[in-house]
Design a protein around this ligand. Structure first.
Ligand code: AMP
Ligand code: MG
Length: 267
C-alpha cells in the first residue's frame, strides 16, 4: 500500500508523494468491498475497547479544503457504536479559547479511556493556518512543534494511541472539488468564498504541512500521508490503518463476575 508512515526515521518531501497513487489497487469496486471488511474489524475491536475502559484511540485528520476529512469520517466509521466515539471539529477559536494556551481547547476533547476520539482539524492548526496567515509571531508558532510533541507524549503515556492522517490531494483535484461544490446547490453550504484565499496560499500550506509532519513525528504518534485524490483508496487505507492499530492495542473484555454460571434469572 502506498500510504506513507512517517515515524521520525525519515523526513518526507510532500512533492515526492503522488496524491493520485492507489498502491496495489486499481479497482474501485474491489476497494469498496475491502473497506467493508476493514469496517467490520474496527467495529469488532471497538466493542472490546469500550468494555475494557483502559485505553483510548485518537484519530487526527488534517487536509486542505476539500481534502476529504468529512468524507473519511463518514465512510470509515460507519457502523461503529456511537456511544464509544466522539467527533470534534475545530474551527476558528472563540475569545475564551484564545485567552488560553494554544493546546487548551484540544486537550479538553481528547478521548477518555474506552473511547475513540476523532479530531476533524486539530491542534495542528496552530502550526498550519496560524502560521500561514501569520496569526501569531513566528517565535510563538515555532515553539509549538515542541509543545505539540510534549502534549502527544503526555497523551500516549496515559493510554491514548494517536494516529495522524494527512489527506494529500493535488492542487488540480482541489480545483475540481471546489468547482463541484459551486455547481451543486446542495453543497453550497460548504462553500466559503474566503476559503479561496487559502487556495492562493497553496504552497505556503504545503510547506506548513510538511514541517508539521516532519517536526512532529514520533514513534508514539506517527503521521500517515494518505494519497487522497481517489476517495475509495483514501477510505480503504485509513480504515485499514485504524483496524491494524486497534487490533495491535488488543483490548480485552474485563473479567466477568465470579459465579455467573450458577446465576438463575428470577421470575
Ligand atoms: P471548516 O473545517 O470548513 O469548518 O473550517 C474551519 C475553519 O476554521 C477553517 O477555515 C480553518 O482555517 C479555521 N481554523 C481552524 N482552527 C483554527 C485556528 N486554530 N486558528 C484560526 N483558524 C482556525
Ligand atoms: Mg471548509
Amino acid at each position: 500500500m502506498s500510504i506513507v508512515r512517517v515515524d521520525g526515521a525519515t523526513q518526507i518531501d510532500l512533492k515526492a508523494i503522488d496524491p493520485g497513487d492507489t498502491g496495489l489497487f486499481s479497482d474501485k469496486a474491489i476497494a469498496k468491498e475491502l473497506l467493508k471488511l476493514e469496517r467490520k474489524r474496527i467495529v469488532a475491536v471497538q466493542q472490546r475497547l469500550f468494555a475494557e475502559r483502559a485505553q483510548s484511540l485518537l484519530v487526527i485528520l488534517q487536509a486542505t479544503d476539500t481534502g476529504g476529512k468529512d468524507g473519511t469520517i463518514r465512510n470509515v466509521f460507519q457502523g461503529i457504536n456511537p456511544q464509544g466515539c466522539r467527533v470534534w471539529s475545530f474551527g476558528v477559536p472563540t475569545e475564551e479559547e484564545l485567552a488560553h494556551d494554544a493546546l487548551w481547547r484540544y486537550h479538553q476533547h481528547t478521548p477518555a479511556r474506552g473511547m475513540i476520539g476523532i479530531f476533524n482539524r486539530s491542534h495542528y492548526e496552530e502550526v498550519l493556518v496560524v502560521r500561514v496567515k501569520g496569526l501569531v509571531e513566528e517565535a510563538v508558532w515555532n515553539r509549538r512543534y515542541d509543545e505539540i510533541n510534549d502534549f502527544e507524549r503526555l497523551l500516549a503515556r496515559n493510554g491514548t494511541r494517536i494516529l495522524k492522517f494527512y489527506l494529500h490531494i493535488s492542487k488540480d483535484e482541489q480545483k475540481e472539488r471546489l468547482q463541484a461544490r459551486l455547481d451543486d446547490p446542495a453543497k453550497h453550504w460548504k462553500f466559503r468564498v474566503g476559503d479561496l484565499d487559502d487556495r492562493v496560499r497553496w504552497d505556503d500550506y504545503q510547506a506548513a504541512f510538511q514541517d508539521a509532519i516532519n517536526r512532529c513525528t514520533t514513534p508514539e504518534a506517527p503521521w500517515f500521508v494518505v494519497p487522497a485524490n481517489r476517495k475509495w483508496y483514501r477510505n480503504l487505507v485509513v480504515a485499514k490503518t485504524i483496524a491494524d492499530t486497534l487490533e495491535d492495542m488488543n483490548p480485552e473484555f474485563p473479567p466477568e463476575e465470579p459465579g455467573l454460571d450458577k446465576v438463575v434469572i428470577p421470575d
